[in-house]
Write a protein that binds this ligand. Sequence first.
Ligand SMILES: [Zn+2]
Length: 183
Amino acid sequence: MKLFSWNRSKFVDCPSCGITVGKDSLICRKCGMRFETRLDSGYVGEAIDHYKKGIREQKSGRHKEAITHYTAAIELLPIYTLAYNNRGVAYQESGEIENALLDYEHAIKLQRKLAVAYYNKGVAYKVLGKLQHALINFDVSIRFNSTLAVAYDHRGTVYQSLGKHLYASKDFNTARRLKADTS
Ligand SMILES: [Zn+2]
């Protein structure tokens, strides 16, 4: 499963689509989302603070606390797509897969091309043993982001389980190549 996070202090992830934007921007150049306040002030800044705390808790394995922060972020900023995605991962890591799926769905409803949400949905279906559903979601995730190595890895294991070994090894090779490219 995959979280969104960032580390450069002058920049944040657009709450809606995840690309890096300056904290002082009022509109996202990729998804077109307009921010009513600067991303480091007002209720939007508060939502982003909760979101960051959520990531911190989640990375330390405190999923309940993470869920609380993501929920607070969503209450402040209901279009916070990435908070839905990450809360889904926190639910999934606490074994609440149905809640996780609802959050991924919600993220996708807000941002139809959010590859990572399809990827996470695929992983959830894989855990549930619904391999065809998993496959469809990995397909879509790769269509929207053809460099998401983990999606190829997971799709490869699904193909393997379905006995489609040729497709599987193709996916594993692509994943390996993408990982080599980024390391
Ligand atoms: Zn955006």
